[in-house]
Design a protein around this ligand. Structure first.
Ligand SMILES: C[S@@+](CC[C@H](N)C(=O)[O-])C[C@H]1O[C@@H](n2cnc3c(N)ncnc32)[C@H](O)[C@@H]1O
Length: 352
């Protein structure tokens, strides 16, 4: 696992070239500690060093070293049993990454999304819990709308910006008749999404294609796969001026191209909205995760693009999300997550 982390896909900077010094300032006392003691030890160290989610981080790391996903799911006998010297050393090494603000998801090398265990590797975007709600909305529409039936009996779905494959693969796992075309600009994302598709044995129903949605005429490359029933995307939608407010975990480890949506966060959104009607069937829908400011901005933009024939169908807002102002946003932090919204636009049916 550690070797996998150290050879992270395409990662350019940071800790990847480092070796650990034999001086280990945070080494716990010499006697062998139990899992519970170790979690307490690293929680204190993390808190002293200002590491967010100190207890959760140390629990995840200790559980991972003991072969479990969460501390709570460990066999209770293991809580009090001393760890072996090798396990202690491994906890020490993984905790050193956390001290460098590496997100826990990258440290563990895998993370769950919609009940699927996905491989994670920097700098590919870590799927956020709020995106699970976008997936659930698409599933609701597909299962409740008889209209969405592709040639194979399930909808053909295009995902723009697939990252690790979280959205596409979870849709495929829930829709056994569906097929997905998943595209991304990032080479590391394409490799990781393909690896995740193989791990989950979903590779036969997904085409994962390197593709830059901003390139003129690029959509023509996707025509042979279409027309599609649905387009779904969690695009880069952070306003450029908000990027600096992101937590060090995000800024140092995740690809900024996965987050930065330009001046008003609309750079990639507008390209997706321009591309989608060319590939969508009549009455096909586009589901996007966006910033709460975007439904209105998209509405104004669409008024200037009448040829696109797209209508806003619904917006679902995040009522527990917090405003950007004054907050630092870290990945997967429920208490401190970015505000977001989800919107569905439909292609207007062209009369026969
Ligand atoms: C916010 S991430 C979402 C990843 C994944 N769908 C998820 O929810 O975990 C946005 C993704 O869009 C990709 N992306 C950014 N610009 C793009 C472009 N011009 N064309 C295609 N994909 C792009 C990034 O590489 C990144 O993987």
């Amino acid at each position: 696992m550690l070797r996998a982390l150290l050879s992270g896909l395409g990662w350019r900077g940071g800790i990847w070239g480092c070796t650990f010094s034999s001086r280990q300032p945070h080494l716990p006392p010499a006697r062998l500690l139990s899992a519970t003691e170790l979690v307490s030890h690293w929680t204190v160290v993390f808190e002293k060093r200002g590491i967010p989610e100190a207890r959760e981080s140390s629990e995840y790391i200790v559980a991972h070293v003991l072969g479990a996903k969460t501390f709570q799911s460990l066999r209770p006998g293991l809580w009090t049993q001393p760890l072996t010297p090798w396990q202690l050393q491994y906890v020490q090494e993984l905790s050193s990454y956390r001290l460098q603000r590496m997100p826990v998801q990258y440290i563990l090398g895998e993370w769950d999304f919609q009940g699927l265990s996905l491989k994670m590797a920097p700098p590919v975007f870590i799927p956020r819990p709020e995106t699970e709600e976008l997936v659930e909305w698409v599933l609701e529409e597909v299962t409740q709308g008889p209209r969405v039936v592709g040639a194979q009996g399930g909808p053909l779905i295009l995902e723009v910006g697939c990252g690790s494959g979280a959205i596409s693969l979870s849709l495929l796992s829930k829709l056994p008749q569906s097929r997905v075309i998943a595209v991304d600009k990032g080479e590391a994302a394409i490799c990781l999404a393909r690896e995740n598709a193989q791990r989950l044995r979903l590779q036969d129903r997904i085409q994962i294609i390197p593709f830059d949605v901003t390139l003129d005429g690029s959509w023509a490359h996707l025509l042979p796969w279409g027309p599609v029933d649905l387009v779904v995307s969690n695009p880069p939608y952070v306003f450029h001026r908000d990027m600096e407010k992101l937590a060090p975990e995000i800024l140092s480890y995740e690809d900024p191209l996965a987050l930065d949506g330009g001046e008003e966060g609309m750079d990639i959104i507008t390209h997706i909205l321009a591309l989608a009607p060319r590939l969508l069937k009549d009455s096909g829908s586009i589901f996007l995760e966006v910033d709460p400011r975007h439904p209105e901005l998209v509405g104004s933009w669409l008024q200037s693009q009448p040829d696109l024939s797209l209508n806003l169908v619904a917006v679902r807002r995040d009522f527990c999300g917090r405003n950007w102002e004054g907050s630092e946003i870290s990945p997967n932090s429920q208490a401190n997550k970015l505000s977001y919204s989800r919107g569905c636009w439909q292609k207007t049916q062209i009369p026969a």
